[in-house]
Design a protein around this ligand. Structure first.
Ligand code: PMP
Length: 399
């Protein structure tokens, strides 16, 4: 008998499985609002001009495929760190942020989780918002944590239960990792406002918790600077914490696996030690990061002209998503749906639509509109040609 004969089938990943079902659907009206990938008005994942220019330069003058150092490519690390904290900010200038290149945001979360568990606090658990990106729990459990939730989404008021959130975080054991979405909360689309960061910081500091800021969508809510605001406020308040940053979304380099983990420390000496431990973690997990995406990102961030082009492109993507929210809401109202005004109060790629699992299944089966069973819809996959169809489909299942 084969060694694998008794193995149970692995559960499907809810998001990637939906994409497989979508690909098999031959209906010409089909729309995939499942996976979190930005598409332009033609329904295509864009190749950003800024990225294309550097890609062409690299093709014209190719480098050998050598190994990057364990810490990744330093010019990339420096540029990624400045993007999050600000080039002239105190944490950057004082050298108290340890930054290591990662396999995008997912890899950054994994590096932080693994390092913290093995080198700092083996007993610590992790809590994340209810609900959250499903991979947060899987990834931390895989790294050896018990995971739990804090209250977040308030379905009745279509907003955040801030009091419940703070109470649950306050109840966590000291040392617990508190996963926070910096902006564009996935899946709800509801973010804390800057005036709510202060009370959160007080609880995190009082209870000696370990914040982990997931910054997967920098630039997609209010702007590149503004979206880094939570991380900057935490640094200013003197917290020790991690940030997971990613260029999957804001450079549309999903397959480039380009990101960084930043550990904000008390001083440069501590950051030096943390950085070396993170590098050892990289060595044990996968040895070193890929160079192409990091070269592209660093070249764009460090060249004023390319950077200006890229910043415009981020603005275009952000504004297009916001416009799609407005168009969807208008089209829904034209169809007689009058209880979804919250769509334009949410930010980022996703909307937790409030549609029930039954309604989501009908959307998929009868109208070929694919969203998650939880009701999450990707606003960044709407365009001027499919938005009215999507609205009529929602109206048909929701009335
Ligand atoms: N965090 C959140 C909240 C996400 O939604 C995603 C992607 N969907 C990620 C992290 C990771 O994406 P990537 O690894 O491509 O950066």
């Amino acid at each position: 008998m084969s060694i694998f004969a008794e193995l149970e089938p692995a559960p499907y990943d809810p998001i990637f499985h939906l994409t497989d079902l979508f690909k098999q659907d031959n209906d010409p009206r089909k729309v995939n609002l499942g996976v979190g990938v930005y598409q332009d008005d033609n329904g295509k994942v864009p190749l950003l001009k800024s990225v294309e220019i550097v890609q062409k330069q690299m093709a014209d003058d190719p480098d050998p495929w050598t190994y990057l150092p364990l810490k990744g490519w330093e010019p990339f690390n420096e540029a990624a760190q400045k993007l999050v904290f600000g080039a002239d900010s105190e944490p950057v200038l004082s050298g108290r942020v340890a930054t290591i290149q990662s396999l995008s945001g997912t890899g950054a979360l994994l590096l932080g989780a693994d390092f913290y568990h093995h080198q700092v606090n083996r007993d610590a658990g992790m809590i994340a918002s209810d609900p959250t990106w499903s991979n947060h729990h899987s990834l931390f459990r895989y790294a050896g944590y018990q995971t739990g939730s804090y209250r977040y989404y308030d379905a009745t008021s279509h907003g955040i239960d801030v009091e419940g959130m703070l109470a649950d975080i306050r109840a966590a054991e000291p040392g617990t990792v508190v996963l926070l979405h910096a902006c564009c909360h996935n899946p709800t689309g509801y973010d804390l406002s800057p005036d709510q960061w202060g009370p959160l910081i007080d609880v995190l500091a009082d209870r000696r918790l370990m914040p982990f800021v997931d910054l997967a969508y920098e630039g997609f809510s209010r702007g590149l600077e503004e979206d880094a605001g939570m991380a900057r406020a935490f640094a200013e308040a003197g917290l020790s914490f991690f940030v997971a940053s990613s260029f999957s979304k804001n450079m549309a380099m999903y397959g480039g696996r380009t990101g960084a983990i930043h550990a904000v420390c008390a001083d440069a000496d501590e950051a030096f030690r943390v950085k070396n431990h993170l590098a050892r973690t990289v060595r044990s997990l996968y040895s070193n990061a890929p160079f192409q995406g990091a070269t592209i990102a660093a070249t764009i961030l460090n060249d004023p002209q390319l950077r200006a082009t890229w910043e415009d492109e981020v603005t275009t993507m952000r504004e297009r998503i916001a416009r799609m929210r407005v168009l969807l809401l208008r089209a829904l109202e034209a169809e007689g749906v009058d209880d979804m005004g919250f769509i334009t109060r949410q930010a980022g790629m996703f909307s937790l639509s409030g549609l029930t699992r039954q309604e989501m299944i009908r959307l998929r089966k009868e109208f070929h509109v694919y969203g998650l069973d939880s009701g999450r819809l990707c606003m960044a996959a709407l365009n001027t040609r499919n938005v009215e169809y999507v609205a009529s489909a929602i109206a048909a299942v929701h009335k």
